[in-house]
Ligand binder design. Structure first.
Ligand code: FES
Length: 100
């Protein structure tokens, strides 16, 4: 993923957890940006097992659905393009309740 660097000032990056890995993102960026900054760059899988990616980036298609939990709160499905990262957020691209 490439970020616009010229003429942009961002706050110091924070680490968020995606599928157990640490990914650096800037406060104010979305969960979807964090997923795109992760090594896999993949969101959920569809029923056939194929990875999905972002499509609309405005909350209407749900292609960016992942699971997120803040601190010790329970996991919930979110549209990644609508939710901002927070320092204690954990992100999973698979349903944490169905993991073996
Ligand atoms: S990319 Fe379409 S809802 Fe997020």
């Amino acid at each position: 993923m490439r970020r616009i660097e010229q003429g942009v000032t961002r706050p110091e990056p924070i680490a968020v957890e995606i599928d157990g890995a640490s990914v650096m993102v800037h406060p104010g960026e979305t969960v979807a940006v964090a997923v795109l900054a992760s090594p896999s760059r993949r969101f959920r899988d569809d029923r056939s097992g194929a990875p999905r990616g972002m499509f609309c980036n405005m909350g209407t298609c749900s292609e960016c659905t992942v699971w997120a939990a803040l601190g010790t709160s329970p996991w919930r499905r979110v549209r990644g393009c609508l939710v901002l990262v927070e320092p204690t957020v954990r992100i999973s691209t698979r349903d944490p309740e169905s993991r073996p």
